[in-house]
Ligand binder design. Sequence first.
Ligand code: 13P
Length: 249
Amino acid sequence: MRKKIVAGNWKMNKNLNEGIILANELIEKLISSSIDVEVILGVPFTHLEKITSISKKYSVSAQNCSAQESGAFTGEISTKMIQSTGAKYVILGHSERRIFHKENNSDLAKKVDLCLMDDLIVIYCCGETLSDRESGNHFMVVKSQIEDVLFHLSGEQMSKLVIAYEPVWAIGTGVTASSDQAQEMHAFIRSIFTQKYGLELSRGLSILYGGSCKPSNAQDIFSKEDVDGGLIGGASLNANDFYQIINAF
Ligand code: 13P
């Protein structure tokens, strides 16, 4: 059985104090619930240690890491630093990093390797822009984002990753991919992994959907066969909304 995962991506929201309040609101709800879903909070670097130390009801993720191991790289945060906070995950390849910080597939391949070296689980994001989709290139774009960054990994390494499909046109726009569009792309992504790594690996791979996922549409999206959960932006900033999404399976 694949792991069901709901991960929040707080992005650059919530100062430390506000983040602690949000985490505590969520913990209160999670304590009384027995659902079999891994909950992950993707928080700013400054919050990693504190949010990790508050509770074991969720796992904590960084939202990026350096492509360098250590050294004179002012302002960068290494995988070893992230690991030392107790965080378990790192979100890589988010479109906001690709677009605003010009991260390319070769930077991302290095980051993936460093995460694996330091036992951090990568949540690898892929997804097409609106023009990619309108020109019919969406499958090709997603395929190359996956091949170029992940296909140098061994099967054993690959089996430790989580994939997040996040169509850029659905992020923060209020426009969600329909559950059929999500299923179509998730099944395609799984088939790419089947071809490269075989059925056993691809069947075990959790593939999350991200892009304007909210309480009103999560159930429909999560009901699809190849959707194993969500990577949630805006709606993860409100404990009630996020908890409803966690319960949407
Ligand atoms: P929204 O849920 O705000 O659209 O953001 C999705 C996202 O980018 C998660 O990483």
